[in-house]
Each structure stands twice: as structure tokens, then as C-alpha cells.
Design a protein around this ligand. Structure first.
Ligand SMILES: [Zn+2]
Length: 62
């Protein structure tokens, strides 16, 4: 298993060399909490932290 990291740009949690969501390579290894966003339009948490797409996101970056 690879090491999970979080995109600094959109906060998506992923493994690999670049973010599958925004293609950014700017990432951090440390993050606190993860949320799975299934329905971003109707998720208060997603709105609060500025998420617009489906996926697994870090709640807070270190
Ligand atoms: Zn990203």
C-alpha cells in the first residue's frame, strides 16, 4: 500500500505522484481527519471546507 497524502490545492486524499482531482503535485503527508464526499451539493461539511467534487478529502492539513 502506498502512502496517503493530501493535495494542498484541493485537499483530496490520494496515493501517487499527482492529484487525480486537480493534477497538482503540491501535497502534504500530514493531515487530520478525512471525509468522503458523495454529494457535495448537499453536504454542509463539503461546503464549509470548500469542496466542490466527489471524493475523499482531508479535513485539515498540517
Ligand atoms: Zn488536488
Amino acid at each position: 500500500m502506498g502512502k496517503e497524502k493530501a493535495c494542498k490545492n484541493c485537499r483530496m486524499v490520494y496515493e501517487g505522484s499527482s492529484c487525480p482531482n486537480c493534477q497538482s503535485t503540491d501535497s502534504v503527508d500530514g493531515f487530520k481527519g478525512k471525509i468522503t464526499v458523495i454529494d457535495p451539493e448537499n453536504s454542509e461539511i463539503a461546503k464549509n471546507i470548500g469542496i466542490k467534487g466527489k471524493g475523499v478529502y482531508a479535513v485539515r492539513l498540517k
